[in-house]
Design a protein around this ligand. Structure first.
Ligand code: PMP
Length: 455
């Protein structure tokens, strides 16, 4: 076959026009240097880094142990191994102790054998597994909802559900003590945000009556049991408000599923409210469900919307087999063995009563699974936690901004596995150690003053 002559001009023209749109130009653009201060690329110049550094330096100067990222050498149940020593543990929220059961472990191991450790893709695009539907069915039955959806993270469940359901014309009203995942979702949504005073529904009603007409959709967000304070909201009152003002009510059950109610079904069981009256039930799988992940239960339209538009679901991997199956098994055991819930509740009451009798400030706690011991000063809380650790008790200090300034505390997570002896020992030792710090007038300001003096 006779070859056609090479058209050099056409080739040159084409390459010139490609060059105009091409990476060569982009490359030359990339090589332009801006006059930005080179320090701006150093993470250490971030104010956030500076905050951490000041805290670390202060801990060193004041000879306190940094309480973060303590390494456990095995499963953290009622006891845990730290630095080779057994501690009584109050820093983990395996409230019913199910994370320690062979039955849960065996189910998770079997699921790994069949499905592997990851589902290796998002459910809409890579496909479902039977265990997803099974867990969602169990959760729907629990809340008597039409449908349910499980996410890979509890935090992402709140962020995506609130953040993607609401928009600029909407209003979100949340309790002042709400968890970070709630407030982050509220910010992301772009909706008008208003917080109401903690558990103060007169305040909520005042805000909603002043603002309802200015907004399209309104969502009220509360928690079933507050994770820093251990108290519960009045669900019937919330239902009444949301019905009168035409709002959605979302309840985060992270610390109430498996804890509240005679059989652990949560806030609605505890307060005898029809669960169908709540628009959005949310919960996490990291507490009583022995794994991690989050869930939403509600009507079918809500779940359909979330399946396609909740970014934390649509654009994230599906829940893995062992976590999903551990969650299912935990719900099954919780329903089969209500004595665990009973034991948790009696332990919570025991601890609260003993702490109050010892004169400790337990704030608003109702004595379920979260009991704070409020000490006020943040450094005193850290030092108290350090001193308890020395004496074989692990309770984590919580300081600002997780709780209001001057309300620093040790938070005790109570579980069904704790014995009364362990609970009493924790109260006795906390009381003793706190008294020593109070007698020495140990606080952030006195410690800083003594640093100045010793300069
Ligand atoms: N909601 C509340 C009330 C929480 O306390 C937490 C954290 N434990 C979350 C949501 C986020 O859940 P997770 O840690 O399982 O992501």
């Amino acid at each position: 076959m006779k070859k056609s002559p090479v058209d050099r001009d056409a080739i040159l023209n084409m390459s010139r026009s490609m060059a105009k749109k091409s990476p060569a130009k982009a490359a030359s653009k990339r090589s332009v240097r801006s006059k930005v201060d080179p320090a701006k690329t150093d993470f250490k110049t971030l104010e956030l880094y500076q905050q951490i550094k000041v805290q670390r330096d202060m801990a060193e100067l004041l000879q306190t142990r940094d309480p973060y990222f303590l390494v456990h050498e095995g499963r953290a149940g009622a006891t845990t191994l730290v630095d080779g020593r057994e501690m009584i543990n109050f820093a983990s929220y395996d409230y019913l102790g199910l994370n320690g059961l062979d039955e849960v472990h065996a189910a998770a191991k079997e699921a790994i054998d069949t499905f592997g450790t990851s589902v290796s893709g998002s459910r809409p695009t890579s496909g479902e597994r039977p265990f997803h539907g099974m867990l969602e069915q169990q959760l729907s039955e629990l809340y008597e909802s039409e449908a349910a959806l499980v996410f890979v993270s509890g935090h992402a469940t709140n962020v995506s559900t609130i953040g993607d359901l609401l928009g600029a014309s909407d209003l979100v009203l949340f309790d002042a003590f709400s968890h970070n995942s709630v407030t982050t979702g509220c910010k992301l949504s772009g909706a008008t945000r208003r917080s109401f005073k903690h558990n103060d529904f007169d305040d909520l009603e005042r805000i909603i009556s002043e603002t309802r007409d200015k907004h399209d959709r309104v969502m009220i967000v509360v928690e079933g049991l507050y994770s820093m304070d251990g108290d519960t909201p009045d669900l019937a009152r919330l239902v009444d408000i949301k019905e009168r003002f035409g709002a959605w009510l979302m309840v985060d059950e992270a610390h109430s599923l498996g804890i509240l109610g005679a059989t652990g079904w949560g806030l609605f069981e505890e307060q005898n409210v029809d669960p169908k009256k709540i628009d959005i039930w949310m919960g996490t799988m990291s507490k009583t469900m022995s794994g991690c992940g989050g869930y939403i239960c509600g009507n079918q339209a809500l779940i359909d919307v979330l399946k396609f538009f909740a970014s934390g679901f649509m654009y994230s991997v599906g829940l893995s087999a062992p976590l999903c199956v551990a969650g299912s098994k935990s719900i099954e055991i919780m329903q089969r063995e209500p004595w665990r819930v009973e034991k948790l509740q009696s332990n919570g009451q025991y601890f609260l009563k003993a702490a109050k009798a010892a004169g400790l400030n337990t704030g608003l706690s109702q004595g379920f699974c979260v009991v704070p011991v409020i000490v006020g000063d943040s450094l005193r809380a850290v030092k108290l936690s350090n001193n308890l650790l020395e004496r074989g008790i692990y309770a984590f200090p919580i300081t600002y901004p997780a709780v209001p300034m001057n309300e620093a505390r040790l938070r005790f997570f109570i579980t069904a596995e704790h014995s009364e002896e362990q609970l009493q020992a924790a109260v006795d030792i906390t009381t003793e150690e706190l008294k020593k710090l109070e007698d020495a007038n140990f606080s952030l300001s006195t410690s800083i003053s003594s640093l100045h003096e010793s300069k």
